[in-house]
Write a protein that binds this ligand. Structure first.
Ligand code: GDP
Ligand code: CA
Length: 310
């Protein structure tokens, strides 16, 4: 079964490992957020693409939740010691990938092309694509000013409450080559348990991707990133509270109006199932905490089986 998955970084990457354990990895295309991308130390960094690629290649640091396992930090320590920009954490091994990507982009390659090459070099069978090759950046408007995603998230530790999320460049951004094809060929579309505002939102900010989803002929199933109305990690619940007015599974479903047919929600949120159903979205109650290979795969299967139930 051909599957297309919309994904952010950490939550998305965890889920994807379950997906490729449950279906043929070569039949999966991942469409990844690039709204978090940044230029730092002269490097073109794409954190969510890297989280997905490292996870699928088995290279991710599972405890830290981002970056590579067996990492060291000598280069960044050297940067810091001479007064360079060291707020964004890039490990030594990770830097290797950043160098290759930056060089390729500078020589005229597209982000999609270099991503495909890196994934192939790391032995991935799954296709990993940026949502767009064009410049798309997430901005957060807060009472303390407007910040680009990484300054808000990393440098300011996402402490500023968010009044508005903007996707700079999204209106003009074209889907990267392969993205619309993957959505059209898919027999099932999945939205990973990623942050709806700052991971999935920027992908859907690309008009032709949103339109392809709105006009889908196959089911689209989202997985909630909340458990017991709280994020497993990160600002998703705070953002839902402030921007959607609550953190129930129905509030998550409301982030994807007209775009999803089913929502996988956690057992601890089972009481929300009726209000999800009232939105015309089929609620699928499952255990959604992914802490090992078995729970990742079980969650993927719950989402994949939503098709046969439909
Ligand atoms: P980021 O780009 O690295 O911030 O990652 P994502 O947006 O893909 O994932 C962040 C979201 O993943 C957070 O809202 C978490 O609540 C969610 N998440 C992380 N681990 C799990 C898990 O085991 N189960 C579920 N349901 N959500 C998770
Ligand atoms: Ca991210």
């Amino acid at each position: 079964m051909k599957v297309a998955v919309l994904s952010g970084g950490v939550g998305g990457a965890r889920f994807l490992r379950g997906v490729v354990a449950a279906v043929d990895p070569a039949a999966v295309t991942v469409i990844v957020n690039v709204g978090d991308d940044l230029d730092v130390l002269g490097l073109a960094v794409s954190p969510d693409l890297d989280s997905v690629v490292y996870a699928l290649a088995g290279l991710a640091d599972e405890e830290r939740g981002w970056g590579r396992a067996d990492e060291s930090w000598h280069a960044l320590e050297a940067v810091d010691s001479i007064g360079g920009e060291a707020w964004f954490r890039l490990g030594d091994r990770d830097l290797g990938l950043q160098l290759v990507r930056t060089e390729a982009l500078r020589s005229g390659d597209s982000l999609a092309a270099v991503t495909v090459r890196i994934a192939a070099a790391l032995g991935l069978e799954t296709t990993v694509l940026p949502a767009t090759d064009d410049r798309l950046r997430t901005w957060l408007d807060t009472p303390n000013g407007s910040f680009d995603f990484q300054h808000w998230f990393v440098a300011r530790a996402h402490r500023d409450p968010v009044d508005r999320v903007r996707y700079e460049g999204a209106t003009d951004a074209r889907p990267a080559p392969g993205v619309l094809e993957a959505l059209h060929e898919a027999e099932l579309i999945l939205i990973a348990p990623s942050n709806p505002f700052v991971s999935i939102g920027p992908i859907l900010g690309v008009e032709r991707i949103r339109a392809a989803l709105a006009r889908r002929r196959v089911p689209c199933v989202a997985v909630s990133p909340l458990i017991g109305g709280e994020a497993v990690k990160g600002p998703a619940a705070d953002m839902l509270r402030r921007l959607e007015g609550g953190t129930s599974a129905a509030h998550v479903a409301q982030c994807y109006p007209g775009l999803i047919d089913a929502l996988v929600l956690d057992e601890s949120d089972a009481a929300d199932a009726d209000t999800v159903a009232e939105l015309g979205v089929r609620p699928i109650v499952a255990k959604t905490l992914m802490h090992d290979a078995r729970t990742r795969r079980a969650l993927a299967e719950a989402a994949l089986n939503a098709v046969t139930l439909a």
